[in-house]
Design a protein around this ligand. Structure first.
Ligand code: SIN
Ligand code: FE2
Length: 217
């Protein structure tokens, strides 16, 4: 018997969900690369260990962060910025592994954003209770390139709002392998993550890992 998996959705397969124009969830897109991504991440965090950054307002972020690529996103008492140097080591960030770059390019293309060449990957590690409050990604020099976000390990509720902080917010459960890409008219939409629920995932044990790819410079 031949199954037509797309029987009821000829133009939009079930693994591709539109949150709004130019914001797309690709369900399970990173699943085949999950183990390779996490193995490469191990090497990165030997050189650039996870750390809890301070917000400009003096709060310690609950999400632990690292970076790879030419630029890394950093936060301290002076503000948010992209920096070619990891302030913890005084050295450049580890290079972006080939498996990261390939996935980010393919996901962007599949979501409708051609020629995405990320030069920064922020790596977020959530432990139970860790959250990310609603924010816009707006430290990048040009907003002409999308944000590509890859979820690994434990599931989390992603909040996806509008262009104003108080706009209505969608709640989207992101599980291992899901990718979200937003750009164009959706590029400055507010987004965040609800506090992580405790759980167990065979590849990340008690954590959720999120990779966000950006063109920073
Ligand atoms: C981010 O906005 O940098 C991360 C989003 C996520 O963890 O899903
Ligand atoms: Fe963000």
């Amino acid at each position: 018997m031949i199954l037509n998996l797309f029987a009821n959705s000829e133009s939009s397969p079930q693994w591709r969900e539109e949150l709004c124009p130019e914001a797309i969830v690709l369900r399970g897109f990173a699943m085949p690369d999950g183990a390779d991504l996490l193995a490469a991440l191990q090497e990165i965090t030997i050189q650039a260990p996870f750390r809890h950054m301070m917000t400009p307002g003096g709060f310690r972020m609950s999400v632990a962060m690292s970076n790879c690529g030419g630029y890394g996103w950093v936060s301290d008492h002076t503000g948010y910025r992209y920096d070619a140097i990891d302030p913890a080591s005084g050295k450049t960030w580890p290079p972006m592994p080939a498996v990261f770059l390939r996935l980010a390019r393919n996901a962007a293309m599949t979501a409708g954003f051609a020629n995405f060449e990320p030069d920064a990957c922020l790596i977020n590690r959530y432990q139970p209770g860790a959250r990310l409050s609603l924010h816009q990604d707006r430290n990048e020099r040009s907003l002409d390139h999308p944000i590509v976000s890859v979820s690994l390990g434990l599931p989390a509720v992603f909040l996806f709002g509008g262009l104003r902080r108080n706009d209505q917010v969608l709640r989207v459960l992101l599980t291992h392998g899901d990718v979200v890409a937003w750009g164009g008219s959706a590029r400055l939409r507010y987004h965040g993550v609800l506090p992580l629920k405790p759980g167990y995932h065979p590849l990340t044990t008690g954590h959720r890992i999120n990779l966000t790819f950006r063109k920073a410079a």
